[in-house]
Design a protein around this ligand. Structure first.
Ligand code: ZN
Ligand code: ZN
Length: 356
């Protein structure tokens, strides 16, 4: 089958034939009809230690095409979204309703979670299954629990966005930051996660939403999608303080800017993936005196098994216009071009179609 292989950390992608074994006991095969390229796909191998060669991709939707022994659900023909967090249901975070933090989450990284043996290979040599999902491919094999039932009324192109960017950004606003009606919210970073946070802040009832991004193109797009205003990072510093600031970038300078832009008693949610080893300095007196809450936010605090129906409801009722985040579609063969255009901020999300 055709898949995009990354041979060296950081790329490029090599779209070529890869062998995929059939699903074993407890597993299913899913034909991938649409997948998104998340910004983190470009840093997983360089910053976060996922080994190469690897097939990446963790925003993928499709149809179950085979099931292994012992699988009662989903069934062949079911529409599903691939989940990159599959809670075990038994660890401490799972038992405390924080299943997105499951300590036994499957990953393709050795030493973290129960590392699966990859179903992918080329000429007998194993190829890693990135994020244990590998959706930049014609087909993937995952445990049945990772194929989450998807209402067939949701187009695959829209569903793909619900695999990572949308739950992460929307969850940052409504779950972590708990945006309240009337809140004034600033969102730092106008990429797909930042823009999903803007949509989430709107769902939460924010009455003023300001996007912050150095790129004029992205600022224009932010206003088109639903921000009331979009400013560059320097302008943020001179604005009156916000109730909620969401940092969708996660660098020391953006988190510091978020801290400064938040009012006393307000909250800062960092949903952008921080870099290992980078430190953030906070004034100890301010932390005490200003009573701000600074919280990290992994995957928007969402797990698809529990939260996908909520996202689908919000989308189908018109409250979550996911289509506004999508610039178009492209064949998987154009993945390098799409990665470059998204990285440069020329487009927000071009959804890849592995089956043409
Ligand atoms: Zn992602
Ligand atoms: Zn768990």
């Amino acid at each position: 089958m055709r898949a995009a292989v990354m041979w060296e950390p950081g790329g490029p992608f090599d779209v070529r034939e890869v062998d995929l074994r059939e699903p074993g006991p407890g597993e299913v095969a899913v034909d991938i009809h649409a997948c998104g390229l998340c910004a983190s796909d470009m840093t997983l191998t360089t910053v976060f230690g996922i080994p190469t060669p690897v097939v990446l991709g963790h925003e993928g939707a499709g149809i179950v095409s085979a099931v292994g022994a012992g699988v009662s659900s989903p069934a062949v023909g079911d529409h599903v979204l691939i989940a990159w967090i599959t809670p075990c249901g038994a660890c401490a975070p799972c038992r405390r309703a924080q299943s997105h933090l499951c300590s036994r989450r499957r990953t393709s990284r050795e030493g973290e979670g129960a590392g699966p043996s990859s179903p992918l290979s080329i000429d007998g040599t194993e190829v890693q299954q990135g994020m244990a999902t590998a959706t930049f491919a014609h087909r993937t094999v995952v445990p049945a629990i990772a194929a989450v039932a998807l209402d067939p009324s949701v187009p695959f192109v829209v569903a793909a966005m619900m695999g990572c960017a949308v739950p992460t950004g929307v969850g940052a606003a409504i779950r972590s930051a708990r945006v309240q009606p009337g809140d004034h919210v600033a969102v730092i970073g106008a990429g797909a996660i930042g823009m999903s946070a803007v949509l989430g802040a709107r769902v939460g009832g924010a009455t003023r939403i300001v996007s912050v991004d150095p790129s004029a193109t992205r600022r224009e797009r932010a206003v088109a999608i639903g921000s009331d205003e979009a400013v560059d990072p320097e302008e943020l510093a001179s604005m009156s303080p916000f109730d909620v600031v969401i940092d969708a970038v996660g660098r020391a300078e953006t988190t510091t800017a978020a801290w400064r832009a938040t009012r006393r008693g307000g909250s800062i949610t960092v949903v952008g993936a921080g870099r290992p080893g980078q430190k953030i300095e906070i004034d100890a007196y301010e932390l005490f005196h200003d009573e701000k809450r600074l919280v990290g936010c992994f995957a928007g605090g969402m797990t698809l098994a529990r939260d996908l129906p909520v996202l689908v409801d919000l989308w189908s009722s018109g409250r979550l216009p996911i289509e506004s985040l999508i610039d178009g579609t492209a064949d998987l063969g154009r993945i390098n071009e799409v990665a470059a255009a998204q990285g440069a901020g020329e487009v927000l999300r071009t959804i890849l179609l592995p089956r043409g």
